[in-house]
Design a protein around this ligand. Structure first.
Ligand code: SF4
Length: 252
C-alpha cells in the first residue's frame, strides 16, 4: 500500500506513510470522521491567517521563494502546459522565456524527489515575479487577467495550502497542517520552523499588529473551500461540511 498527495502523482515517502498510518489509527472515529470516501479531520478547523502579501516583510521570504511546487497531473497539468509560455511572455523577461524554452518548464532533482516540478529560475520558482515590491505568482495574475480560475491553472498544491489531502487506501483524508500532521504532510516543517500564517507562535517579537493580525485567523477549511469547490463541486463540499458540523456540533 502507498498513499498519494492528492492532486499530484507523488507518493509519500516510507517514513511519512508510517506517520500517516499512525495518525489515522489514533484519531479515526474520534476527531477524524468517515464520510465515504472521505476521512474528515477536525484539524481543518485550525485557525490560519494567510496574510501572504505581508509574509516577506515579516519573515524575510514567503513560501514560494526558494522553492518549487509539487508536480501536477490531469486537467491541471494540461491547462498549465497550454498557457505556461504565454504566461512567461506576458509577465516575465525575454531571458526567462528563452531559459524555459531551452531547458524546459520542468525539472526532476533530488529536491523534488525526482518528480517533475516547475523549474527554478534564479533560485526561485520560474513563475515567481516581483511587482510593486510584492512577490506574486505570474500564473495567478495571468488567470485573473484572463478570467480563468487560478485554482485550475496553478499547481493544485500551491492553492491547497494550508489544507492537506491524501489518498489513503480507498479513502481520501482531508486535514490541515498542524503540529501533529507536519510529520507526514507535504508541507514539511512549515509549522514548526517557518511561518506565522499556520502557527501564530512563529510571529517574530515586536511585529506590528497590522501583520498576521489576530482577527485574521480563521479555520484552514475556509481558505481552501473555493479550491475544493473548483475541483469537487459545491454539493460535495457542502456534504463534507455538514458531516463535520454534525460531528462537531456547530458551524465552522
Ligand atoms: S507556481 Fe506560483 S504559487 Fe506555485 S510556487 Fe510557483 S510562484 Fe508560487
Amino acid at each position: 500500500m502507498s498513499s498519494l498527495y492528492y492532486g499530484t502523482p507523488e507518493r509519500l515517502l516510507w517514513e511519512d506513510e508510517m506517520a500517516l498510518r499512525d495518525y489515522i489509527d489514533r484519531h479515526l472515529d474520534k476527531t477524524i470522521h468517515r464520510y465515504a470516501p472521505y476521512l474528515i479531520d477536525e484539524a481543518v478547523l485550525t485557525p490560519v491567517n494567510l496574510d501572504c502579501f505581508n509574509c516577506h516583510i515579516v519573515h524575510g521570504h514567503n513560501c514560494c521563494e526558494g522553492g518549487q511546487p509539487y508536480s501536477m497531473e490531469g486537467e491541471n497539468l494540461a491547462l498549465f502546459n497550454k498557457h505556461a509560455l504565454p504566461i512567461l511572455k506576458k509577465h516575465t523577461t525575454s531571458d526567462r522565456v528563452l531559459y524555459a524554452k531551452q531547458k524546459g518548464l520542468f525539472e526532476k532533482t533530488a529536491n523534488t524527489n525526482y518528480y517533475p516540478s516547475i523549474r527554478m529560475y534564479d533560485r526561485n520558482c520560474l513563475f515567481l515575479i516581483k511587482e510593486e515590491g510584492q512577490h506574486i505568482c505570474a500564473i495567478h495574475r495571468y488567470a485573473l487577467e484572463n478570467r480563468m480560475d487560478p485554482a485550475k491553472l496553478k499547481p493544485f498544491s500551491c492553492s491547497l495550502f494550508p489544507l492537506e489531502i491524501i489518498e489513503y487506501n480507498d479513502a481520501i483524508l482531508i486535514t490541515a497542517l498542524t503540529a501533529e500532521t507536519e510529520c507526514f504532510s507535504r508541507w514539511g516543517d512549515y509549522y514548526r520552523s517557518h511561518y506565522s500564517c499556520v502557527n501564530a507562535k512563529q510571529r517574530p517579537e515586536n511585529t506590528s499588529g497590522h501583520y498576521f493580525a489576530e482577527e485574521g485567523y480563521i479555520p484552514a477549511w475556509e481558505w481552501g473551500r473555493e479550491l475544493l469547490i473548483s475541483y469537487w463541486g459545491e454539493k460535495v463540499v457542502r456534504e463534507v461540511e455538514e458531516r463535520l458540523y454534525a460531528k462537531k456540533g456547530g458551524r465552522l
